[in-house]
Write a protein that binds this ligand. Structure first.
Ligand SMILES: [Cu+2]
Length: 337
């Protein structure tokens, strides 16, 4: 029995069906700020205002097949075990295909992870062992390539045929904001169809408490001409314009922003009426600069921190305004504290 196969069996994931059922119990936790920090101090309370989801937004989430509300603040910490004194996080990721409704008249066949675009935001702490059981039920050959450091055999560039499964295993390092995506050629097509997600590695000493939000910019080449016709934050065009993101006044916001737009070489990220601190690639504990527009090439990602002093609604969008106007646009709704 080869090593990969034995590992799949050890995980109890010998059958694809079993992998599918394991996903249902994959623990999804929200903000880790509820845990006390390593010094034992009680965490500062982070207020996450409830998003009053309109009936129209609820209907759109139901009919589109995508849920930008859960994509925003949900983190998948995996199934946690201890092996030889170290933390192991096991994730179950399945490549799938499904048609999503991007707007009233546009259906789009996605290739995706765990039936969602973007895929789940995986989260670990630097030094944890990461074990990913990857099953491909997507109808085409796919793979999962992770950014960060790992041995070559775990680099995820080898296609996994439809119906097959594999295990990717490596140590989470270095801390920062990373990503994973399919690396089967033509890669731009596999990513453009939705097979990507964010991978956050927390530093050993946690960052200060904040309301943490994931914003992933993506593009959709609807007609297959190698250019994007629609764009979105977290999968669904214009969704956060229809349904603003409620945040608390005078509270630290920590944005994990990733540019996964293929075909367009860059997208900036801009917030209205505020400035943010930039932690490039999340690879530091003190900011490198303060600005209100940051330029991101494809696959670039940063932590951006800001606090709103004034209540009200504020737009965020790439300053390539054609990209914004084709769906990559949203609103923060700052609620009085
Ligand atoms: Cu693929």
């Amino acid at each position: 029995m080869d090593r990969q196969r034995r590992k799949i069996l050890e995980l109890g994931l010998g059958g694809i069906g079993l992998i599918g059922s394991a996903i249902a119990c994959s623990p999804i936790a929200t903000n880790r700020n509820s845990e006390s920090d390593k010094s034992g101090n009680p965490p500062k309370k982070v207020v996450i205002p409830p998003i009053d989801i309109s009936a129209a937004s609820q209907e759109r989430i139901k009919t589109s097949g995508l849920d930008p509300i859960s994509a925003l603040r949900e983190f998948d910490y995996g199934k946690v075990t201890q092996e030889n004194g170290r933390t192991v996080r096991e994730f179950q990721l399945t490549a799938q295909s499904k048609t999503v409704k991007l707007n009233a008249s546009t259906d789009f066949i996605t290739w995706n992870v765990n039936d969602r675009v973007p895929g789940p935001t995986l989260r670990a702490t630097e030094g944890d062992r990461i074990r990913i059981a990857f099953a491909n039920q997507g109808g085409h050959a796919h793979s999962l390539h992770f950014h960060g450091e790992h041995p070559s055999e775990m680099d995820g560039v080898k296609p996994i045929r439809n119906g097959a499964a594999t295990i990717y295993e490596f140590d989470a390092m270095p801390y920062g904001v990373h990503l994973y995506h399919c690396h089967v050629a033509p890669v731009a097509r596999h990513i453009g169809k939705g097979l990507y997600g964010m991978f956050i590695i927390d530093p050993p000493k946690p960052r200060p408490p904040a309301d943490e939000l994931v914003l992933i910019m993506g593009g959709y080449d609807i007609d297959g001409d190698g250019r994007n016709e629609m764009y979105a934050f977290n999968g669904l065009p214009h969704f956060y314009m229809q349904q603003p993101i409620a945040v608390q006044q005078n509270q630290l916001l920590r944005l994990y922003v990733l540019n996964m737009i293929e075909f367009d070489p860059v997208a900036t990220f801009h917030v209205h009426a505020n400035m943010f601190q930039v932690y490039r690639t999340g690879r530091g504990m003190s900011p490198s600069e303060e600005t209100d527009v940051i330029t991101m090439g494809t696959a670039e990602r940063h932590i951006l921190e800001l606090t709103y002093r004034f209540t009200g609604k504020y737009m965020f969008h790439p300053h390539q305004d054609t990209i914004a106007e084709a769906g990559c646009m949203g609103l923060f709704d700052v609620i009085a504290s």
